[in-house]
Design a protein around this ligand. Sequence first.
Ligand SMILES: [Zn+2]
Ligand SMILES: [Zn+2]
Length: 293
Amino acid sequence: MKFKFWGVRGSIPTPGPQTNKYGGNTTCIEIRTDNNDLIILDAGTGLHQLTQTLLPQMPINAHILITHTHWDHIHGLPFCTPIYIADNKLTIYGGQDLKTGEGIERTLKVQMQHSFFPIAEHELKADVSYKTVKAGEKFRIGEAVITPVLMNHPVINFGYRIDCDGKSLFFTGDYEPQLNIYEPDGSEYQNFQQMIDECADSLVQTIQGVDALIIDSSFTEAEYVHKKNWGHGTYSGALRLATQAKVKRLFFTHHEPTRTDAELDAIYAELLTNNQQMNCELIIAQEGVEVVL
Ligand SMILES: [Zn+2]
Ligand SMILES: [Zn+2]
């Protein structure tokens, strides 16, 4: 199994000279199993460039796992060229929207409403189908086993563990470890904290020993003080989880949109200096980089 980063930016695309090195496209990761099955994690703007490389391989059979439907994770869907070409098969997986009760099939229909896009979803030429995933309900794509895990974020959001070819990876989507919403001296605090701790333990068990953890690391600790409950994680939170779960390689991603290459380089140097004893390889996710597990 191998994977390639096509988008590593959070929130909004950030093209320009200050982001050339790490990349400005929003979240998209291509996974290829040893059988060459194609699994795509999230459909941010990186999906567009990925799909350009698929055109010579058509007809394609792609499985797109959507963590959640915030724009930076779905923006590329209407620009996924193979959906307009007959004989291609695309299956889009995602959660059920808690407010509307509708599944992931709603996403493209809304994105392609007449006011927002010149082509309607029902005009797609490819065989596009939708599957609603549920927390903990494993499913297969070829030889790969996918485990969706509910992750804390302002909308329903799944992390995905993928096991295939004797290797494993976990991608969090957007993720902020749950904070206790009660005051420490309040009667509800203990019960809520117990729930938080159980969820955290369960997450550690689910990702235990994965070959790669790809995790939302939007903020430094100093930034996070002002951005609690925005739904995003920190570098130190990622290090903590990677240590607890004994992961082999840790990829920091969902780079904050104002973060320049120089700033990411400086953060990386500090991470390496401060974590020399860590039994895990630390890597800043970078657009265009392919990783063989
Ligand atoms: Zn995001
Ligand atoms: Zn989000």
